[in-house]
Design a protein around this ligand. Structure first.
Ligand SMILES: *Cc1c(COP(=O)(O)O)cnc(C)c1O
Length: 253
């Protein structure tokens, strides 16, 4: 990155981050919640490690990535003190054959949506622990598919059908080095604000049922740049915000 880009990028990220933090504070006030109840995960996919470093300097402690190869390289290139300060969340679809690498660098995987992936992650984390590549269990949320099966299903978004979530939770709970933390979802494709709220309400209902069986599984990861206020208002605990902080990404393939 050129020196010039570095000089303008810091202030730009700082300003965007402040705007998002202000949105979160206002949304919490409107919902009668404390901002400390909400964790901001800054999604840095498509943006360079230098941005992650600048965000860490600005006080960001949670970053999210969704593309395995990019993420592995980026995280490995961070200076040790930056890596140490960060919790790395993998929020994208996980292909089973990519699990071994993700298990080495991710602290949290948000997108667990099938039994085979639970098995593969359990093995991957065990291997990473044995190899000394990680020293902690892997925190996991189960991704729920909130689309109602109307229109085309976008398989790239993934997510487990709601009626399968409790079985998946039991599988995660039984895996030795996985820690079940809660649920994650993306608003249905094309939903307006009301549709998003209705979908997030269904997610909160499901979260209540999950917590009845797994009291520690309190996280609800929902809300992105466009719908974080709605997510905060229903009770989300984790927001995954990318473009509102980093700017727009190149069109996704
Ligand atoms: C990219 C991404 C985000 C961030 O989306 P923005 O709209 O840029 O805030 C959140 N969650 C997932 C799963 C993503 O892939």
């Amino acid at each position: 990155m050129s020196l010039l880009r570095h000089e303008v990028r810091g202030p730009e990220l700082a300003a965007n981050l402040a705007t998002v933090q202000d949105r979160i504070t206002r949304a919490c006030a409107a919902a009668g919640r404390q901002p400390e109840e909400v964790t901001l995960v800054v999604v840095t996919k498509f943006f360079p490690a230098s941005d992650v470093e600048q965000l860490a300097e600005l006080g960001v402690r949670h970053v999210g990535e969704s593309r395995d190869q990019e993420a592995g390289t980026k995280i490995a290139s961070l200076p040790e003190h930056v890596r140490q300060a960060l919790t790395v969340h993998f929020v994208g679809q996980v292909q089973t054959n990519k699990v071994r690498r993700i298990a080495r660098y991710a602290d949290v995987v948000h997108s667990v949506d099938r039994a085979r992936l639970v098995t593969a992650l359990g093995r991957g984390v065990t291997a990473a622990l044995d190899a000394g590549a990680r020293h902690t269990p892997l925190a996991v949320t189960i991704q729920v598919d909130l689309d109602l099966g109307l229109g085309d299903r976008d398989s790239a978004r993934g997510g487990a059908a709601p009626h399968t979530v409790l079985d998946l939770a039991a599988a995660v709970g039984a895996a030795e080095h996985l820690q079940l933390r809660g649920l994650m979802a993306v608003a249905p494709l094309g939903a307006d604000q009301e549709g998003t709220r209705a979908a997030f309400d269904r997610l909160m209902d499901l979260s209540g049922r999950l917590r009845a069986e797994h009291p520690a599984a309190t996280w609800v990861s929902a809300g992105m740049s466009g719908d974080l206020e709605t997510a905060v208002s229903v009770g989300a605990t984790h927001l995954r915000v990318g473009s509102a902080i980093l700017g727009s990404r190149p069109p996704q393939r």
